[in-house]
Design a protein around this ligand. Structure first.
Ligand code: 2P0
Length: 335
């Protein structure tokens, strides 16, 4: 028997300029560029081991202990490109079969998209196994669009590009650039989302004029402003742009036919809490952002404001008290 084994980890990323809509469904070329931060791998990550050996009878893929379909189009596209860029002599030898085993260290209940860290990790591990020297973010993009951004740590832009080679992730600033910033994931609901991102964005591209306007007239300028805010560590502007972009993405979902609503009442209450808090402290110290689900991700300026936010969230959204308090957030003793 001849075996080769590689194990890698990859981070979850949370976009502050959202990707929503494809210009090219086959190549996963997006309608607009996007930008995210990769989370610390101490907290949330995917770990993937890949083994190629002559002792297996068929390729197998295991996700969180469950056998999955290795023949899926996305997996096969990734494998084809890895083999094309491979330098090992056994790359096309049919006697070599693959075993892929992948786990997330965060519960599915967290409602976080695992496709980004999952496909990123798969591509990186396979590339080490096969000695592939291609741009790995472009290959991860074919697994899942947002996966290309997990290929780097810190602040990462996915430049939309025109074709397979130019639609890649680029690091804007590394993980040491802005260490004060904290990220808080607030699990509002662990129920699986009703409309998948891939289906939702297809519906939006077909029916929402607002989405076309966003991609063409709003995001290009916002991308540049966001990069500047990050590079100059201007949290107030960063937070302003982050919240506007989350609102704009969800407005496009609401403008889709039939409308898609990912946020729920609790999500909207958290928006109000963040706005009240920023008003009270006199500048933006917290930014909310929501993906294709009701869970809030809060970007927070520093530890002091993180502690204050945690206290407020504990008062208003304490699960042991059942529903959140109905009192308006403005004008009360806590703020
Ligand atoms: C993002 N989302 O930028 C946005 C915000 C969801 C809302 O990237 O079809 O799972 O695999 O390319 O990458 C979700 O989209 O979709 C996503 P595919 P993906 O993070």
């Amino acid at each position: 028997m001849h075996t080769n084994i590689v194990t890698c980890t990859a981070p979850v990323n949370i976009a502050v300029i959202k990707y929503w809509g494809k210009k090219d469904e086959k190549l996963h070329i997006p309608l607009n560029s996007s930008l995210s931060a990769s989370l610390d791998q101490k907290d949330l990550k995917t770990t993937t081991s890949v083994v190629a050996g002559t002792d297996f009878t068929e390729d197998e893929l295991w996700l969180n202990g469950k056998k999955e379909n290795v023949e899926s189009k996305r997996i096969q596209n990734v494998l084809r490109l890895i083999r094309e860029g491979s330098t090992v002599e056994w790359k096309d030898d049919p006697n070599y079969k693959l075993r892929i085993v992948s786990t997330n260290n965060f519960p599915t209940a967290a409602g976080l998209a695992s496709s980004a860290s999952g496909y990123c990790c798969l591509v990186y591990a396979l590339a080490q196994l096969y000695g592939c020297r291609s741009d790995l973010s472009a290959i991860a993009r074919l697994g899942s669009g947002s996966a290309c951004r997990s290929m780097y740590g810190g602040w990462v832009a996915w430049e939309m590009g025109r074709d397979h080679e130019s639609s890649v992730a680029v690091q804007v600033a590394d993980e040491k650039h802005w260490p004060e910033v904290q990220i808080l994931v607030c699990v509002v609901s662990d129920v699986q989302k009703h409309t998948s991102s891939s289906d939702g964005m297809q519906q939006s591209v077909r029916t929402s004029k607002l989405l076309a306007d966003r991609a063409e007239n709003i995001v290009p300028k916002r991308m540049e402003e966001m990069k500047q805010a990050i590079l100059t560590r201007d949290f107030h502007t960063f937070a302003d742009l982050t919240m506007k972009d989350s609102d704009s993405f969800h407005a496009c979902c609401a403008d889709t036919q039939p409308p898609i609503y990912y946020m729920n009442n609790v999500s909207h209450h958290i928006v109000s809490l963040v706005q009240s808090y920023n008003k009270k402290v006199g500048s933006n110290k917290v930014a909310y952002t929501y993906d294709a689900g009701p869970n809030a991700v809060l970007y927070i300026a520093d530890e002091k404001h993180m502690v204050e936010m945690l206290k407020l969230l504990h008062i208003y959204f304490n699960p042991s008290e059942g529903v959140q308090r109905e009192r308006p957030f403005f004008d009360n003793e806590y703020l």
